[in-house]
Ligand binder design. Structure first.
Ligand code: AQP
Length: 332
């Protein structure tokens, strides 16, 4: 695939308002990449149905997710923003790639294990083959870099394996992508169970800060955040709660861990939690205002989605045709 700039691809599931984890680990970094790279950002509704969704909610949340992405600073003139199910090539390539992915590799994925444990009543095939669809998302566009949180690293590695296996048989069809993981904030943890990542679908609202939460809710959640009994603001493996709050504060203020430790030395967690909450409120304020403005303009959002889908489909069709020819599907 001919490209002027290196290509970036990433996606987010429209499973609800995204969390501070999604924001800090992934979405916040996406707008900055637009100048240097050709960026494609998708609302991954096909991934979302691996867990049962209410159809009306999924539809609404898909449009809202587009507004959330634009509010974060993604410019649909510079980047392609689209909804995954609007470009059928993702599902089409996914089938082919599934035939190049050993079953055992899929059962080893952390996310499959975690989501199977979380939804024992519905361990469906989509939950297992999710990484194949993700590989198709990435490989369809000749992607060089995939900006994601660290929880998705294993899936990007599997994508590389699939691409290399396919290229080994048919020549250089796929670009081999690299994950792009932020140095700080790559895994924001739950405020209530700091050993677990913060997740959109967590049923305990105190554990999750959502990017549209009102300031008083943000303050309340941080005040209730689980820490430890030591009372000193310092990062350590056996202090996951405090370390998590320090990462969040570091991302929101640009301060290093050393600077944070020095600034809060001798002060209790109460003062620190207040400061973390205020830094998050300040970071999210402009984003929240822009989101409200965008969501009021449904026609504009629908136009962005239609334009994005057309541009993505045109790119995807080229690569899919090449793959179909390579594997021997009869061309009419
Ligand atoms: N806690 C996190 N810290 C840092 N990055 C995170 N990401 C997710 N959680 C954290 C990154 O956000 C991007 C989009 O994620 P997703 O919507 O594809 O789904 P996910 O990884 O399954 O996120 P959630 O919030 O846990 O969703 P649900 O609850 O619906 O399953 C990815 O780049 C991810 O790395």
């Amino acid at each position: 695939m001919e490209k002027m700039k290196k290509r970036v691809y990433s996606g987010i599931q429209p499973t609800g308002v995204f969390t501070l984890g999604n924001f800090v680990g992934a979405v916040r970094g996406w707008p900055k990449l637009q100048e240097e790279y050709d960026c494609i950002y998708s609302v991954a509704d096909q991934h979302a149905i691996t867990v049962r969704q209410n159809p009306a909610d999924l539809r609404r949340q898909s449009r809202e997710m587009v507004a959330l992405l634009l509010a974060s600073g993604i410019d649909p003139q510079k980047s392609i923003v689209f909804v995954q199910s609007h470009v059928p090539a993702h599902a089409q390539l996914s089938w082919v790639l599934g035939c190049f992915c050993p079953f055992g590799d899929l059962t080893r994925m952390h996310q499959f294990k975690e989501k199977s444990a979380k939804h024992p009543e519905d361990i469906n095939g989509g939950l297992l083959t999710y990484p194949i669809l993700m590989a198709a998302d990435i490989l369809l566009y000749g992607t060089d870099y995939v900006p994601v949180g660290v929880d998705q690293k294993q899936h990007v590695e599997l994508t590389r394996d699939i691409a290399q296996r396919f290229n080994g048989v048919y020549g250089d069809v796929f670009t081999i992508p690299d994950a792009m993981i932020p140095k700080v904030g790559a895994k924001v943890m739950s405020l209530q169970e700091p050993a677990k990542k913060m997740s959109k679908s967590d049923s305990n609202e105190n554990a999750v800060v959502r990017v549209l939460d009102e300031p008083d809710a943000i303050l309340r959640k941080f005040k209730r955040a689980v820490t430890d009994s030591e009372g000193s603001v310092r990062a350590a493996e056996d202090k996951p709660g405090v370390t998590n709050l320090m990462s969040i504060y570091s991302v929101c203020t640009g301060k290093t861990f050393e600077e944070i430790e020095a600034a809060f030395a001798g002060q209790g967690y109460g003062v620190f939690k207040q400061a973390v909450a205020e830094s998050v409120i300040d970071t999210l304020r402009p984003f929240q205002q822009e989101y409200k403005r965008l969501l009021a303009d449904k026609a504009y959002l629908d136009g962005v989605m239609a334009d994005g889908a057309a541009r993505a489909a045109a790119l995807a069709a080229r690569l899919l045709t090449k793959v179909y020819k390579k594997v021997g599907f009869l061309q009419l």
